[in-house]
Design a protein around this ligand. Structure first.
Ligand SMILES: Cc1cc2nc3c(=O)[nH]c(=O)nc-3n(C[C@H](O)[C@H](O)[C@H](O)COP(=O)(O)OP(=O)(O)OC[C@H]3O[C@@H](n4cnc5c(N)ncnc54)[C@H](O)[C@@H]3O)c2cc1C
Length: 491
Protein backbone atom coordinates (compact mmCIF):
# COMPACT_ATOMS: atom_id res chain seq x y z
CA UNK A 1 0.00 0.00 0.00
CA UNK A 2 1.40 3.43 -0.87
CA UNK A 3 0.86 6.67 1.08
CA UNK A 4 -2.12 7.83 -1.01
CA UNK A 5 -3.90 4.50 -0.66
CA UNK A 6 -3.25 4.55 3.08
CA UNK A 7 -4.79 8.00 3.44
CA UNK A 8 -7.83 6.89 1.45
CA UNK A 9 -8.21 3.80 3.67
CA UNK A 10 -7.91 5.92 6.83
CA UNK A 11 -10.65 8.23 5.56
CA UNK A 12 -12.97 5.25 5.25
CA UNK A 13 -12.50 4.44 8.94
CA UNK A 14 -12.20 7.84 10.62
CA UNK A 15 -13.60 11.35 10.40
CA UNK A 16 -11.21 13.81 8.66
CA UNK A 17 -10.76 15.63 12.02
CA UNK A 18 -9.13 12.42 13.34
CA UNK A 19 -6.42 12.36 10.65
CA UNK A 20 -3.42 14.68 10.92
CA UNK A 21 -1.08 15.17 7.94
CA UNK A 22 0.44 18.49 8.99
CA UNK A 23 4.13 18.33 7.92
CA UNK A 24 5.44 19.74 11.24
CA UNK A 25 3.42 17.20 13.22
CA UNK A 26 4.67 14.40 10.96
CA UNK A 27 8.29 15.55 11.36
CA UNK A 28 7.78 15.60 15.14
CA UNK A 29 6.32 12.09 14.95
CA UNK A 30 9.31 10.63 13.08
CA UNK A 31 11.61 10.36 16.13
CA UNK A 32 11.66 10.66 19.90
CA UNK A 33 14.19 11.79 22.47
CA UNK A 34 16.94 9.33 21.51
CA UNK A 35 17.54 11.55 18.46
CA UNK A 36 16.41 14.76 20.16
CA UNK A 37 19.50 16.69 19.03
CA UNK A 38 19.25 15.71 15.34
CA UNK A 39 15.52 16.34 15.53
CA UNK A 40 15.99 19.83 16.94
CA UNK A 41 18.62 20.58 14.28
CA UNK A 42 16.26 19.36 11.53
CA UNK A 43 18.70 16.71 10.27
CA UNK A 44 16.71 13.54 11.04
CA UNK A 45 17.61 10.64 8.73
CA UNK A 46 14.37 8.65 9.18
CA UNK A 47 11.18 8.80 7.10
CA UNK A 48 8.14 10.72 8.38
CA UNK A 49 4.94 8.73 8.95
CA UNK A 50 2.13 9.21 6.42
CA UNK A 51 -0.40 10.29 9.07
CA UNK A 52 -1.13 10.56 12.77
CA UNK A 53 -4.61 9.34 13.66
CA UNK A 54 -6.74 9.84 16.75
CA UNK A 55 -9.24 6.97 17.28
CA UNK A 56 -11.86 7.59 19.96
CA UNK A 57 -12.72 3.99 20.91
CA UNK A 58 -11.32 0.48 21.04
CA UNK A 59 -13.62 -0.37 18.12
CA UNK A 60 -11.95 2.33 15.97
CA UNK A 61 -8.50 1.10 17.00
CA UNK A 62 -9.60 -2.38 15.99
CA UNK A 63 -10.74 -1.25 12.52
CA UNK A 64 -7.47 0.65 12.01
CA UNK A 65 -5.34 -2.35 12.99
CA UNK A 66 -7.30 -4.74 10.76
CA UNK A 67 -6.73 -2.43 7.77
CA UNK A 68 -3.00 -2.01 8.57
CA UNK A 69 -2.59 -5.75 9.11
CA UNK A 70 -4.23 -6.57 5.80
CA UNK A 71 -2.03 -4.13 3.87
CA UNK A 72 1.26 -4.47 5.77
CA UNK A 73 1.22 -0.89 7.09
CA UNK A 74 3.61 -0.20 9.96
CA UNK A 75 1.86 1.07 13.12
CA UNK A 76 3.45 3.14 15.87
CA UNK A 77 1.23 3.50 18.96
CA UNK A 78 1.79 6.82 20.72
CA UNK A 79 0.70 8.38 24.01
CA UNK A 80 2.55 11.18 25.89
CA UNK A 81 5.59 11.32 23.51
CA UNK A 82 8.22 11.15 26.29
CA UNK A 83 9.89 7.97 24.95
CA UNK A 84 13.69 8.03 25.25
CA UNK A 85 14.91 4.89 23.41
CA UNK A 86 13.51 5.22 19.88
CA UNK A 87 10.17 3.50 20.61
CA UNK A 88 8.45 6.30 18.69
CA UNK A 89 11.05 6.53 15.92
CA UNK A 90 9.86 5.55 12.44
CA UNK A 91 11.92 3.13 10.34
CA UNK A 92 9.37 2.39 7.57
CA UNK A 93 8.21 4.43 4.56
CA UNK A 94 4.52 3.69 5.01
CA UNK A 95 3.65 4.17 8.66
CA UNK A 96 0.68 5.40 10.62
CA UNK A 97 1.00 6.73 14.17
CA UNK A 98 -2.02 5.83 16.28
CA UNK A 99 -2.18 8.45 19.02
CA UNK A 100 -4.20 8.18 22.26
CA UNK A 101 -5.27 11.86 22.19
CA UNK A 102 -9.01 11.09 22.04
CA UNK A 103 -8.87 8.14 24.44
CA UNK A 104 -8.83 10.65 27.27
CA UNK A 105 -11.56 9.62 29.72
CA UNK A 106 -11.12 8.85 33.40
CA UNK A 107 -13.74 6.10 33.42
CA UNK A 108 -14.05 5.37 37.13
CA UNK A 109 -12.41 6.18 40.45
CA UNK A 110 -13.47 3.56 42.99
CA UNK A 111 -12.23 4.56 46.47
CA UNK A 112 -13.86 1.61 48.22
CA UNK A 113 -12.20 -1.05 46.07
CA UNK A 114 -9.11 1.14 45.76
CA UNK A 115 -8.76 1.15 41.99
CA UNK A 116 -9.20 3.58 39.10
CA UNK A 117 -9.92 2.88 35.43
CA UNK A 118 -8.73 5.24 32.70
CA UNK A 119 -8.42 5.28 28.93
CA UNK A 120 -4.90 5.03 27.56
CA UNK A 121 -4.64 8.74 26.70
CA UNK A 122 -5.18 10.03 30.24
CA UNK A 123 -2.09 11.81 31.55
CA UNK A 124 -0.90 10.43 34.88
CA UNK A 125 -0.84 13.95 36.32
CA UNK A 126 -4.54 14.45 35.52
CA UNK A 127 -5.58 11.29 37.35
CA UNK A 128 -3.18 12.00 40.20
CA UNK A 129 -4.57 15.55 40.67
CA UNK A 130 -8.11 14.16 40.98
CA UNK A 131 -6.96 11.45 43.38
CA UNK A 132 -4.98 13.79 45.63
CA UNK A 133 -8.12 15.89 46.12
CA UNK A 134 -9.71 12.69 47.48
CA UNK A 135 -6.74 11.83 49.74
CA UNK A 136 -5.60 9.07 47.36
CA UNK A 137 -2.66 8.40 45.03
CA UNK A 138 -1.62 5.88 42.39
CA UNK A 139 1.86 5.85 43.98
CA UNK A 140 3.26 6.20 40.42
CA UNK A 141 5.50 9.20 39.92
CA UNK A 142 7.99 9.02 37.05
CA UNK A 143 9.82 12.29 36.45
CA UNK A 144 7.74 12.58 33.26
CA UNK A 145 4.47 12.40 35.28
CA UNK A 146 3.15 15.77 34.02
CA UNK A 147 3.31 14.56 30.40
CA UNK A 148 3.35 10.75 30.16
CA UNK A 149 0.02 8.96 29.60
CA UNK A 150 -1.25 5.57 30.71
CA UNK A 151 -0.84 3.79 27.35
CA UNK A 152 2.86 4.68 27.24
CA UNK A 153 3.43 4.19 30.96
CA UNK A 154 2.15 0.61 30.74
CA UNK A 155 3.72 -0.16 27.35
CA UNK A 156 7.20 0.84 28.56
CA UNK A 157 6.91 -0.86 31.98
CA UNK A 158 7.66 2.50 33.57
CA UNK A 159 8.70 3.09 37.14
CA UNK A 160 8.20 6.07 39.43
CA UNK A 161 10.35 7.88 41.93
CA UNK A 162 8.51 6.27 44.87
CA UNK A 163 9.03 2.75 43.54
CA UNK A 164 10.78 1.36 46.59
CA UNK A 165 7.43 1.58 48.38
CA UNK A 166 4.84 1.26 45.59
CA UNK A 167 6.73 -0.76 42.97
CA UNK A 168 6.78 -0.25 39.21
CA UNK A 169 3.71 0.02 36.96
CA UNK A 170 3.63 -3.81 36.77
CA UNK A 171 2.80 -3.87 40.50
CA UNK A 172 -0.02 -1.35 40.00
CA UNK A 173 -1.91 -2.55 36.91
CA UNK A 174 -4.94 -4.59 37.92
CA UNK A 175 -6.46 -5.19 34.49
CA UNK A 176 -6.49 -3.66 31.03
CA UNK A 177 -8.00 -3.66 27.57
CA UNK A 178 -5.90 -4.03 24.43
CA UNK A 179 -6.41 -4.55 20.71
CA UNK A 180 -4.38 -6.97 18.58
CA UNK A 181 -3.37 -6.59 14.92
CA UNK A 182 -6.15 -8.96 13.78
CA UNK A 183 -8.66 -6.61 15.41
CA UNK A 184 -9.42 -8.77 18.44
CA UNK A 185 -10.17 -6.75 21.59
CA UNK A 186 -9.11 -8.45 24.85
CA UNK A 187 -10.25 -7.28 28.29
CA UNK A 188 -8.38 -8.55 31.34
CA UNK A 189 -10.70 -8.33 34.35
CA UNK A 190 -9.97 -6.48 37.58
CA UNK A 191 -9.40 -8.86 40.50
CA UNK A 192 -6.97 -8.64 43.44
CA UNK A 193 -5.12 -11.79 42.34
CA UNK A 194 -5.75 -14.97 40.43
CA UNK A 195 -3.96 -18.19 39.59
CA UNK A 196 -5.71 -18.67 36.27
CA UNK A 197 -2.71 -19.57 34.16
CA UNK A 198 0.18 -17.30 33.16
CA UNK A 199 -0.24 -13.62 34.03
CA UNK A 200 -1.54 -12.32 30.70
CA UNK A 201 -1.29 -8.67 31.78
CA UNK A 202 2.41 -9.01 31.00
CA UNK A 203 1.74 -9.56 27.30
CA UNK A 204 0.78 -5.87 27.19
CA UNK A 205 2.93 -4.47 30.02
CA UNK A 206 6.35 -3.64 28.61
CA UNK A 207 5.42 -4.62 25.03
CA UNK A 208 6.30 -1.11 23.73
CA UNK A 209 3.64 -1.15 21.04
CA UNK A 210 5.02 -4.28 19.38
CA UNK A 211 2.23 -6.77 20.18
CA UNK A 212 -0.99 -4.84 20.80
CA UNK A 213 -2.53 -1.40 21.27
CA UNK A 214 -3.52 -0.62 24.88
CA UNK A 215 -6.82 1.25 25.14
CA UNK A 216 -7.74 1.09 28.85
CA UNK A 217 -5.96 0.49 32.14
CA UNK A 218 -7.09 -0.12 35.74
CA UNK A 219 -4.58 0.66 38.49
CA UNK A 220 -4.52 0.23 42.26
CA UNK A 221 -4.96 3.20 44.59
CA UNK A 222 -3.33 4.01 47.92
CA UNK A 223 -4.19 6.38 50.78
CA UNK A 224 -2.06 9.54 50.54
CA UNK A 225 -0.55 10.78 53.81
CA UNK A 226 1.22 13.95 52.65
CA UNK A 227 1.54 15.25 56.20
CA UNK A 228 3.77 12.32 57.23
CA UNK A 229 6.58 12.74 54.70
CA UNK A 230 10.10 12.56 56.12
CA UNK A 231 13.40 13.20 54.34
CA UNK A 232 16.98 12.15 55.07
CA UNK A 233 20.21 13.19 53.38
CA UNK A 234 23.91 12.32 53.88
CA UNK A 235 27.24 12.90 52.19
CA UNK A 236 28.94 9.52 51.75
CA UNK A 237 32.45 8.29 50.95
CA UNK A 238 31.76 6.70 47.59
CA UNK A 239 29.07 5.05 45.46
CA UNK A 240 29.81 1.57 46.78
CA UNK A 241 29.45 2.51 50.45
CA UNK A 242 26.23 4.38 49.70
CA UNK A 243 24.88 1.26 47.99
CA UNK A 244 25.82 -0.78 51.07
CA UNK A 245 23.57 1.46 53.18
CA UNK A 246 20.72 1.06 50.65
CA UNK A 247 21.15 -2.71 50.90
CA UNK A 248 21.09 -2.61 54.71
CA UNK A 249 17.75 -0.75 54.63
CA UNK A 250 16.22 -3.08 52.05
CA UNK A 251 17.33 -6.43 53.47
CA UNK A 252 16.01 -5.44 56.87
CA UNK A 253 12.57 -5.15 55.29
CA UNK A 254 12.13 -1.36 55.33
CA UNK A 255 10.36 0.31 52.43
CA UNK A 256 11.18 4.01 52.18
CA UNK A 257 9.43 5.47 49.10
CA UNK A 258 12.74 6.85 47.84
CA UNK A 259 16.24 5.45 48.44
CA UNK A 260 19.02 6.88 46.29
CA UNK A 261 22.79 7.22 45.99
CA UNK A 262 24.40 9.81 43.68
CA UNK A 263 27.98 9.73 42.40
CA UNK A 264 30.08 12.86 43.03
CA UNK A 265 29.60 14.09 39.45
CA UNK A 266 25.85 13.51 39.42
CA UNK A 267 25.53 15.07 42.90
CA UNK A 268 27.31 18.17 41.57
CA UNK A 269 24.58 18.80 39.01
CA UNK A 270 21.68 18.01 41.34
CA UNK A 271 22.83 19.48 44.66
CA UNK A 272 25.09 22.32 43.56
CA UNK A 273 24.64 24.32 46.78
CA UNK A 274 25.77 21.70 49.28
CA UNK A 275 27.32 18.54 47.72
CA UNK A 276 30.95 19.44 48.70
CA UNK A 277 32.22 17.18 45.87
CA UNK A 278 30.98 14.08 47.69
CA UNK A 279 28.49 11.34 46.90
CA UNK A 280 24.98 11.83 48.25
CA UNK A 281 22.72 9.27 49.93
CA UNK A 282 19.07 10.20 50.46
CA UNK A 283 15.76 8.76 51.58
CA UNK A 284 12.13 9.76 51.63
CA UNK A 285 9.62 8.01 53.86
CA UNK A 286 5.85 8.19 53.46
CA UNK A 287 2.62 6.47 54.40
CA UNK A 288 0.68 5.75 57.56
CA UNK A 289 2.27 7.42 60.65
CA UNK A 290 3.03 4.08 62.38
CA UNK A 291 4.83 2.75 59.34
CA UNK A 292 6.68 6.03 58.81
CA UNK A 293 7.94 5.95 62.39
CA UNK A 294 9.23 2.38 62.07
CA UNK A 295 10.81 3.06 58.66
CA UNK A 296 12.57 6.19 59.93
CA UNK A 297 13.99 4.19 62.83
CA UNK A 298 15.15 1.51 60.39
CA UNK A 299 16.93 4.06 58.20
CA UNK A 300 18.62 5.65 61.20
CA UNK A 301 19.81 2.24 62.43
CA UNK A 302 21.05 1.25 58.97
CA UNK A 303 23.00 4.48 58.62
CA UNK A 304 24.43 4.00 62.11
CA UNK A 305 25.55 0.47 61.17
CA UNK A 306 27.60 2.03 58.33
CA UNK A 307 28.78 5.12 60.19
CA UNK A 308 32.25 4.80 58.64
CA UNK A 309 30.70 5.60 55.21
CA UNK A 310 28.94 8.78 56.36
CA UNK A 311 30.85 12.06 55.98
CA UNK A 312 28.09 14.51 56.96
CA UNK A 313 24.36 14.80 57.56
CA UNK A 314 22.36 17.02 55.18
CA UNK A 315 19.38 19.08 56.40
CA UNK A 316 16.14 17.28 55.53
CA UNK A 317 14.60 20.53 54.20
CA UNK A 318 17.28 20.56 51.45
CA UNK A 319 16.24 17.10 50.28
CA UNK A 320 12.54 17.99 50.46
CA UNK A 321 13.08 21.20 48.48
CA UNK A 322 15.06 19.34 45.80
CA UNK A 323 12.34 16.73 45.45
CA UNK A 324 9.66 19.32 44.96
CA UNK A 325 11.39 20.55 41.79
CA UNK A 326 12.43 17.29 40.16
CA UNK A 327 9.64 16.57 37.66
CA UNK A 328 9.80 17.68 34.03
CA UNK A 329 6.80 19.56 32.61
CA UNK A 330 6.00 19.88 28.89
CA UNK A 331 7.51 23.40 29.14
CA UNK A 332 10.83 21.99 30.40
CA UNK A 333 10.90 19.51 27.50
CA UNK A 334 10.02 22.28 24.99
CA UNK A 335 12.63 24.67 26.47
CA UNK A 336 15.36 22.03 26.12
CA UNK A 337 14.33 21.52 22.48
CA UNK A 338 14.34 25.26 21.73
CA UNK A 339 17.78 25.53 23.40
CA UNK A 340 19.13 22.89 21.02
CA UNK A 341 17.50 24.55 18.00
CA UNK A 342 18.86 27.98 18.78
CA UNK A 343 22.35 27.76 20.12
CA UNK A 344 23.33 24.72 22.10
CA UNK A 345 26.12 22.39 20.99
CA UNK A 346 25.64 20.30 24.03
CA UNK A 347 23.41 17.36 24.91
CA UNK A 348 22.74 15.07 27.86
CA UNK A 349 21.42 11.50 27.90
CA UNK A 350 20.93 8.60 30.30
CA UNK A 351 21.10 4.79 30.25
CA UNK A 352 19.52 2.78 33.07
CA UNK A 353 20.50 -0.78 33.97
CA UNK A 354 20.06 -3.12 36.94
CA UNK A 355 21.95 -5.89 38.72
CA UNK A 356 22.29 -7.60 42.08
CA UNK A 357 23.89 -5.83 45.05
CA UNK A 358 27.40 -7.19 44.56
CA UNK A 359 27.47 -6.59 40.79
CA UNK A 360 26.18 -3.02 40.62
CA UNK A 361 29.34 -1.33 42.01
CA UNK A 362 31.48 -3.39 39.61
CA UNK A 363 29.39 -2.35 36.61
CA UNK A 364 29.58 1.26 37.75
CA UNK A 365 33.36 1.22 38.15
CA UNK A 366 33.98 -0.66 34.89
CA UNK A 367 31.74 1.67 32.89
CA UNK A 368 33.47 4.74 34.30
CA UNK A 369 36.89 3.28 33.53
CA UNK A 370 36.03 2.10 30.03
CA UNK A 371 34.39 5.35 29.00
CA UNK A 372 37.28 7.43 30.30
CA UNK A 373 39.92 5.23 28.65
CA UNK A 374 38.22 3.88 25.50
CA UNK A 375 35.69 6.45 24.32
CA UNK A 376 37.49 8.45 21.57
CA UNK A 377 35.66 11.69 22.47
CA UNK A 378 36.16 11.41 26.24
CA UNK A 379 37.60 14.94 26.34
CA UNK A 380 34.21 16.29 25.17
CA UNK A 381 32.37 14.85 28.20
CA UNK A 382 31.17 17.63 30.49
CA UNK A 383 29.62 15.23 32.98
CA UNK A 384 29.82 11.47 33.51
CA UNK A 385 28.28 9.83 36.56
CA UNK A 386 25.17 8.14 37.80
CA UNK A 387 22.79 7.29 40.57
CA UNK A 388 20.99 4.31 42.02
CA UNK A 389 17.32 5.23 42.42
CA UNK A 390 15.23 2.03 42.55
CA UNK A 391 16.10 -0.67 45.06
CA UNK A 392 14.82 -4.20 45.68
CA UNK A 393 15.53 -6.97 48.19
CA UNK A 394 18.13 -8.48 45.82
CA UNK A 395 19.69 -5.51 44.08
CA UNK A 396 19.27 -2.08 42.62
CA UNK A 397 19.49 -0.06 39.42
CA UNK A 398 22.14 2.33 38.09
CA UNK A 399 21.08 5.34 36.07
CA UNK A 400 24.13 6.46 34.09
CA UNK A 401 24.09 10.13 33.12
CA UNK A 402 26.39 11.62 30.46
CA UNK A 403 26.56 15.11 29.00
CA UNK A 404 28.91 16.24 26.28
CA UNK A 405 29.93 19.12 24.05
CA UNK A 406 29.09 18.25 20.44
CA UNK A 407 32.10 18.74 18.18
CA UNK A 408 30.74 17.15 15.01
CA UNK A 409 27.99 17.75 12.47
CA UNK A 410 24.55 17.47 14.14
CA UNK A 411 23.62 14.48 11.93
CA UNK A 412 26.64 12.55 13.28
CA UNK A 413 25.97 13.17 16.99
CA UNK A 414 24.22 9.83 17.55
CA UNK A 415 26.99 7.79 15.93
CA UNK A 416 29.91 9.76 17.37
CA UNK A 417 28.68 10.28 20.95
CA UNK A 418 25.34 8.96 22.17
CA UNK A 419 25.33 5.44 20.79
CA UNK A 420 29.00 4.55 21.52
CA UNK A 421 28.50 5.68 25.14
CA UNK A 422 25.30 3.65 25.51
CA UNK A 423 27.08 0.69 23.89
CA UNK A 424 29.82 0.63 26.56
CA UNK A 425 27.21 0.74 29.34
CA UNK A 426 25.11 -2.03 27.79
CA UNK A 427 28.10 -4.26 26.96
CA UNK A 428 29.58 -3.97 30.45
CA UNK A 429 26.23 -4.63 32.12
CA UNK A 430 25.52 -7.72 30.02
CA UNK A 431 29.06 -9.02 30.48
CA UNK A 432 28.65 -8.94 34.27
CA UNK A 433 25.16 -10.49 34.23
CA UNK A 434 22.94 -7.45 34.79
CA UNK A 435 19.96 -6.26 32.74
CA UNK A 436 20.72 -3.63 30.08
CA UNK A 437 17.34 -2.00 30.60
CA UNK A 438 15.80 -1.09 33.96
CA UNK A 439 12.84 1.13 33.00
CA UNK A 440 13.03 3.10 29.75
CA UNK A 441 12.28 0.15 27.48
CA UNK A 442 14.42 -1.41 24.78
CA UNK A 443 13.03 0.83 22.05
CA UNK A 444 15.01 0.69 18.80
CA UNK A 445 18.40 1.54 20.25
CA UNK A 446 18.91 -1.46 22.52
CA UNK A 447 17.20 -4.01 20.23
CA UNK A 448 20.58 -5.10 18.81
CA UNK A 449 21.34 -6.65 22.25
CA UNK A 450 17.93 -8.29 22.71
CA UNK A 451 19.31 -11.82 22.32
CA UNK A 452 22.22 -11.10 24.65
CA UNK A 453 19.73 -9.76 27.22
CA UNK A 454 17.27 -12.66 27.09
CA UNK A 455 19.41 -15.63 26.01
CA UNK A 456 17.40 -18.83 25.58
CA UNK A 457 14.21 -17.01 26.74
CA UNK A 458 14.28 -14.96 23.51
CA UNK A 459 12.39 -17.99 22.15
CA UNK A 460 9.38 -17.03 24.28
CA UNK A 461 9.37 -13.43 23.10
CA UNK A 462 9.77 -14.42 19.44
CA UNK A 463 6.80 -16.78 19.78
CA UNK A 464 4.66 -14.00 21.24
CA UNK A 465 5.59 -11.76 18.34
CA UNK A 466 4.81 -14.36 15.70
CA UNK A 467 1.54 -15.32 17.39
CA UNK A 468 0.11 -11.85 17.99
CA UNK A 469 1.75 -9.90 15.16
CA UNK A 470 2.49 -12.48 12.43
CA UNK A 471 2.74 -9.81 9.71
CA UNK A 472 5.13 -7.68 11.77
CA UNK A 473 3.09 -4.46 11.53
CA UNK A 474 3.52 -3.32 15.15
CA UNK A 475 6.30 -0.78 15.70
CA UNK A 476 8.92 -2.16 13.29
CA UNK A 477 12.42 -2.24 14.83
CA UNK A 478 11.29 -1.83 18.46
CA UNK A 479 12.35 -4.60 20.89
CA UNK A 480 12.65 -7.17 18.07
CA UNK A 481 15.93 -6.49 16.19
CA UNK A 482 15.94 -5.69 12.47
CA UNK A 483 19.56 -5.93 11.38
CA UNK A 484 19.20 -4.13 8.07
CA UNK A 485 17.47 -1.17 9.75
CA UNK A 486 20.00 -1.06 12.60
CA UNK A 487 22.78 -0.81 9.99
CA UNK A 488 20.91 1.98 8.22
CA UNK A 489 19.75 4.13 11.12
CA UNK A 490 22.08 3.34 14.02
CA UNK A 491 25.55 2.40 12.83
C1 LIG B 1 12.03 14.17 31.37
C2 LIG B 1 11.73 12.70 31.35
C3 LIG B 1 11.70 12.00 32.54
C4 LIG B 1 11.43 10.61 32.54
N1 LIG B 1 11.36 9.96 33.73
C5 LIG B 1 11.02 8.65 33.75
C6 LIG B 1 10.89 7.96 34.99
O1 LIG B 1 11.06 8.54 36.08
N2 LIG B 1 10.53 6.66 34.96
C7 LIG B 1 10.30 6.00 33.78
O2 LIG B 1 9.97 4.82 33.80
N3 LIG B 1 10.44 6.63 32.60
C8 LIG B 1 10.77 7.94 32.55
N4 LIG B 1 10.89 8.57 31.35
C9 LIG B 1 10.63 7.84 30.10
C10 LIG B 1 9.14 7.95 29.64
O3 LIG B 1 8.50 9.03 30.27
C11 LIG B 1 8.41 6.67 29.97
O4 LIG B 1 8.91 5.64 29.16
C12 LIG B 1 6.89 6.75 29.78
O5 LIG B 1 6.32 5.58 30.29
C13 LIG B 1 6.44 6.95 28.36
O6 LIG B 1 5.08 7.28 28.36
P1 LIG B 1 4.44 8.14 27.20
O7 LIG B 1 2.98 8.27 27.48
O8 LIG B 1 5.17 9.41 27.01
O9 LIG B 1 4.63 7.15 25.97
P2 LIG B 1 5.17 7.42 24.49
O10 LIG B 1 6.47 8.12 24.57
O11 LIG B 1 4.13 8.04 23.66
O12 LIG B 1 5.41 5.91 24.00
C14 LIG B 1 6.37 5.10 24.61
C15 LIG B 1 6.32 3.67 24.04
O13 LIG B 1 5.06 3.09 24.36
C16 LIG B 1 4.36 2.72 23.17
N5 LIG B 1 2.95 3.08 23.37
C17 LIG B 1 2.45 4.31 23.64
N6 LIG B 1 1.12 4.25 23.77
C18 LIG B 1 0.76 2.96 23.57
C19 LIG B 1 -0.49 2.28 23.57
N7 LIG B 1 -1.64 2.91 23.78
N8 LIG B 1 -0.49 0.95 23.32
C20 LIG B 1 0.68 0.28 23.09
N9 LIG B 1 1.88 0.89 23.08
C21 LIG B 1 1.92 2.21 23.32
C22 LIG B 1 5.01 3.52 22.05
O14 LIG B 1 4.89 2.87 20.80
C23 LIG B 1 6.45 3.61 22.53
O15 LIG B 1 7.14 2.45 22.18
C24 LIG B 1 11.20 9.95 31.32
C25 LIG B 1 11.22 10.66 30.11
C26 LIG B 1 11.48 12.02 30.13
C27 LIG B 1 11.46 12.75 28.82
Amino acid sequence: MNADDLLAALREILDPSQINTDPDALYDASADRYKKYAKARKVLDVPAPVAIVYPASAAEVSRLLVMCNEHGVNVIPRAGKTATEGGLENWKDVTVVIDTLRLDQIIKIDPYNMQATVQAGVALQDLEDKLRAMGLTTGHSPQSKPVAKFGGLVATRSIGQFSTLYGGIEDMVVGLECVFPDGHISRIKNVPRRAGGPDIRHIAIGSEGTLCYITEVTVKLFRYFGENHKFYGYLVKDVESGIRVLREVMVNGYRPSVARVYSEEDARQHFSRWHRDQCVLLFMVEGNANIVEATCKGIEESVEAHADAILAVVGSHLIEDWFNHLNWSQKDIDDEFVGMVESDHHAGFTTEISADWETIPRIYDNVMRRIRSEFPRAEDLTMLGGHSSHSYINGTNMYFVYNYAINCAPEDELRVYHHPLQTIIVEETLRLGGSMCHHHGIGKYRSEWMHAEHGSATYMLDKLKSAFDPNGIMNYGTIFPQEEAVRRFVR
